[in-house]
Design a protein. Structure first.
Length: 279
């Protein structure tokens, strides 16, 4: 049976096209800006396509910013560390909220959401004092610790909902066979929750990638530890801004996120749609 008539199908596809246009057009323009010579970027009238496009900026950007490769590595390294540490804390916490009852359970969950209402900039001074007391300023940890702290609350909510959909009868059967809570979590819950774990991991990875700039310029002043968002400032000179090279470096910098998404998109879709159909 056909669920949609012709008019509804046309409307749906039209809406998708409009949505994708607004989402992808800025990236298309970034790509074209990276291919244009610097003196042609702001010429009038505007030309979407011209015959002077080249990949020169993708080669020259490594000479303009010699540490660019290090900045890209730092971004990927920091995001990976934040995602793994977040999962390490979130898995047992989310399982506890999904299976146990204890005083303050609901109020603490709402408190987690309240924490996310505060922008990172509001807490910069307290975070700076804490990191200085711990001796973590100007280190990788100075960007990892705040990233983990800001991502844990939402990650607990996401993974808690996924754990709650796993039948508790599986755990009861494991208890009968003599399994402990840790064994159940490791050998039963975690394997069954792979799509959910991937979704939370990707959320933490992208979230850490996006928030690196604020923590990098606030808690770190060593160039070798800077991530790509902060490293892009080196394309800004005293008299000119090398926009084409900056756009090229930006596109290369987000490549790790795109690669991770491409390889794990199957699990992402499974995790996001796991609760959409009731058994």
């Amino acid at each position: 049976m056909n669920k949609y008539n012709l008019v509804e199908k046309v409307s749906i596809y039209f809406g998708i096209v409009i949505f994708l246009t607004f989402i992808l057009l800025p990236f298309v323009e970034m790509f074209y800006a990276s291919l244009r010579p610097l003196d042609h970027l702001f010429r009038s009238p505007y030309q979407f396509y011209s015959d002077d496009l080249s990949f020169w900026a993708y080669k020259e950007m490594w000479n303009t910013v010699p540490l660019l490769g290090r900045y890209i590595f730092n971004s990927f390294f920091l995001a990976t560390c934040v995602a793994l540490i977040t999962l390490l804390f979130v898995i047992p916490a989310a399982y506890s909220y999904a299976r146990f009852s204890f005083p303050g359970k609901n109020s603490s969950l709402y408190l987690f959401l309240a924490v996310n209402m505060f922008a990172g900039a509001v807490l910069l001074i307290p975070l700076y004092k804490v990191l200085r007391t711990l001796g973590l300023l100007n280190t990788y940890q100075a960007m990892i610790v705040p990233g983990v702290a800001f991502l844990i609350p939402t990650s607990i909510w996401l993974l808690k909902s996924y754990f709650e959909k796993i039948p508790i009868e599986l755990e009861e059967a494991a208890f009968v066979d003599g399994a402990s809570r840790i064994q159940i979590l490791r050998h039963i819950i975690a394997p069954l929750s792979t799509p959910g774990l991937v979704v939370v991991g990707i959320y933490a990875f992208i979230g850490a990638y996006a928030q690196q700039f604020l923590f990098a310029i606030s808690f770190n002043h060593i160039k070798e530890y800077m991530p790509i968002p902060a490293g892009l400032y080196e394309f800004i000179g005293y008299q000119t801004i090398k926009w084409n090279e900056m756009m090229a470096a930006s596109l290369v910098g987000i490549a790790p996120v795109l690669i991770v998404f491409i390889f794990l998109q199957k699990y992402i879709v499974e995790g996001l749609t796991a609760g959409a159909v009731k058994n």
